[in-house]
Design a protein around this ligand. Sequence first.
Ligand code: KG4
Ligand code: ZN
Length: 341
Amino acid sequence: MLILAIESSCDETAAAVSRNGREILADVVYSQAEMHALYGGVVPEIASRQHAEKVSLVAEQALRRAGVRPQQLDAVAATCAPGLIGALLVGANFAKACALALDVPFIPVHHIRGHVAACYVAFPRLEPPFTALVASGGHTVILDVGDYTRMTVLGASRDDAAGEAFDKIARVLSLPYPGGAAMDRLARQGDAQKYRLPHAQVQGAPFDFSFSGLKTAAVNLAHNASQKGESVDGPALAAGVCRAVAESIAPRVVQAALHCSRRAVVAAGGVAANSVLRRSLEQQCSAAGLALYLPPLHLCGDNGSMIAAQAYYEYLAGNTGTSAQNCYATMKASECVAKAQ
Ligand code: KG4
Ligand code: ZN
């Protein structure tokens, strides 16, 4: 089954062509990051316009690289939730129009389910059940994945996502947007013990997070230093933040897996590229006897392959959409986008 999948939920316009879900024939990502970097964060209106300008080019390029003609496609998929609503609508409407013109099914895909599916691409033999961490710019969530299209949210961030905290702290360190990867690199030369930073636990909710305290504490450290005419130790602050994020996330993911009697853990999303978090997950999963699946860095951030892979399983489960399919800015990964009203 050949699927063309479109991803446009935030600031990447992406398209991929897959055969039977996991075999990726082409993957094209156009990143708008440079454009948004001028403003220090994603500007929704600019994101939508950029998607509108690039979506058909990116899709054409993916088809050409895959050596697939549009008429050979069996379905067209797109991310329909969650994300920036204007951005989602561009990709979804493009995909719906393609499906209509080709007379093939349209498959709406949940972005967070897509992040999990990046691991199906990276690990051909991986199958549910497992526990999944999705940590990105917009979400930090722990899922119990019972099956490809059946999952329960065990916990999530109550406020900022881990990636959002990274990006805001990076800004006060004068690192370009998005700052997560730059913080990761800067942290390598820093003393992670120098600054005391709060963790992200939530009292009475063992699998939930709150990253706003960490973000505010780190931003205040930098501001207080500059008010005194001093400068904060950037590498030490970056190292401290990476450590606090890893120490907040890794034990909770392991606890969640043990709580659900799962034997495997999957991590995905842009923040899953963080080297300190990856090391913590490796150490803690190994100590708990859990198998860990960490996708390569290019599959951590937003891409079309992950949407193409999840689309295949949504299709098998009968979760196809109609031309009336809508998009949603927020939606839990436990909900089915095709059935949403
Ligand atoms: O999954 P993603 O590409 O987009 C969303 O769905 O949000 O995640 C982007 C986020 C950004 O906040 C970015 O700063 C962060 O992932 N990120 C990182 C790293 N690489 C990307 N955060 C920490 N360490 C990294 N190495
Ligand atoms: Zn994402």
